[in-house]
Design a protein around this ligand. Structure first.
Ligand SMILES: [Zn+2]
Length: 429
């Protein structure tokens, strides 16, 4: 959007007398500039003016407004060719605004605090009460209160860390393992926890009291896909499927550069694609779902009954490290399991490739930790079933691994400020 005001009108002093509509225009232009710097990196005011179509005077005024809120800062000097005056670069200020992502899983909770430049400022993860006390589950349903108490504690730790670093928190995105009711901020369904219609945001806000940041919900796989997308977009990849490997399996689907939610938010519930009518009973009630073949438990099942790796009491990172040690020590059943796992992954991934025609499939969650055993076999098997050469899909492992959903959550929380920079409070002089 081009700024249509004269330089005089764009001055700070005239804002109070501006007609209705001016404030909205100014907010939209602030957002345009901030987003431009966020995705393209630091550049001079002159370059910003050229690239956005805003006048130089408008850019100067808007940059001042962003700087007052600690959103941008002056950087190094940018030279524009051999002639003309060098311009000082304006860039994202990482020092004042942050977002929080919290992943809520069956076995663990993970939180990530990220600043506006995307750097991780605080991260922590803890086992859930269910991991510590598996008998806490009543049949197929896990009690809500203990995990919500734990999640609120972890959120509070991230808020305290933000406070200690002088960061204002734009919001927090909670990532439960299931589809979301976007209007009501409720979890519609989380098959591996036995939850239906849980008012997660409201419950957490109540626990945090007046400290609570703005809370939003988004599905863990969708957030992971959003977190991974910028890395792939640099290589021109706009269509991808991110697969989370955990107790269950979910997909975050990005099509044409946009997150696909589906009509009611259930897109990507790929763990319940029926692949074998005579297969194992799934927690969702159906038989032969994909996740009964590739879920984390199918790997743990080949270990000895007393192997501590099976226990959710251990942090996920430690369980994955123990699996790696067993593989390194030549644990034959585990090697066989991973060989079959690649084939089982292809059974479902092939369906996704045929339906969605993605450019890339990203293996996340525990799959990413065993990229050396999974990526190449899955790639070869998908190559072998190509219908046409230009339908080839690139298989890779998530660069963010277990942090993907929380990192994506923090990025989505920061979107509030990128949409409306005026939400950020002015710095104290
Ligand atoms: Zn199922």
């Amino acid at each position: 959007m081009a700024c249509m005001t004269s330089p005089a009108e764009a001055g700070r002093g005239s804002r109070r007398a501006a007609p209705v509509g001016h404030a909205a225009m100014r907010s939209a232009n602030l957002s345009l500039l901030l987003r431009h710097l966020h995705t393209r990196g630091g550049r001079s005011r002159a370059t910003l003016s050229q690239e956005t179509g805003l006048s130089k005077a408008a850019v100067t005024s808007l940059v001042n407004d962003l700087a007052v809120r600690g959103l941008v800062q002056e950087g190094k000097v940018e030279r524009l060719g051999a002639v003309g005056r060098p311009g000082t670069e304006v860039r994202i200020d990482p020092g004042h605004v942050a977002g929080i992502g919290l992943e809520l899983n069956v076995d663990y909770l993970a939180v990530s605090l990220r600043d506006l430049a995307g750097a991780a400022r605080f991260a922590d993860s803890v086992p859930t009460p269910y991991a510590l006390e598996p008998s806490a589950a009543d049949g197929r349903s896990y009690p809500l209160d203990p995990v919500l108490d734990r999640a609120a504690e972890l959120l509070q730790r991230a808020l305290d860390a933000a406070d200690a670093e002088g960061l204002w928190v734009a919001g927090a995105t909670i990532a439960p393992p299931g589809p979301i009711d976007y209007d009501g901020s409720r979890v519609r369904f989380a098959s591996n926890l036995g939850w239906t219609d849980v008012p997660l945001a409201e419950e957490l806000a109540r626990r945090l009291g007046e400290d609570s940041p703005v809370l939003a919900l988004e599905n863990d796989a969708k957030l992971s896909a959003l977190a991974e997308a910028p890395r792939l977009a640099q290589r021109g990849i706009t269509d991808l499927v991110y697969l989370t490997g955990d107790k269950g399996v979910g997909a975050g689907i990005i099509a044409g550069g946009r997150l696909l939610r589906g009509w009611s938010g259930f897109s990507g519930e790929v763990g319940h694609i029926g692949l074998d009518p005579a297969g194992e009973r799934c927690r969702c009630g159906r038989r032969g779902c994909w996740e009964t073949m590739v879920g984390f438990d199918t790997v743990l099942d080949v270990l000895e009954a007393d192997d501590p790796t099976r226990s959710g009491r251990l942090p996920m990172t430690e369980r994955l490290a123990r699996l790696r040690s067993l593989l390194d020590a030549g644990h034959a059943p585990l090697h066989e399991r991973f060989e079959r796992l690649a084939g089982d992954l292809v059974r479902g991934a092939g369906v996704l490739v045929d339906v969605l025609n993605p450019q890339a499939i990203v293996l996340g969650g525990y799959f990413a930790s065993f990229a050396d055993l999974l990526v190449q076999p899955v790639q070869s098997a998908l190559d072998a079933r190509l219908l046409a050469a230009d339908g080839r899909v690139e298989v890779s492992a998530s660069a963010l691994g277990l942090d993907a959903a929380a990192a994506g959550g923090a990025a989505v929380a920061l979107e509030r400020v990128l949409d409306d920079p005026l939400l950020a409070p002015e710095l104290e002089a």
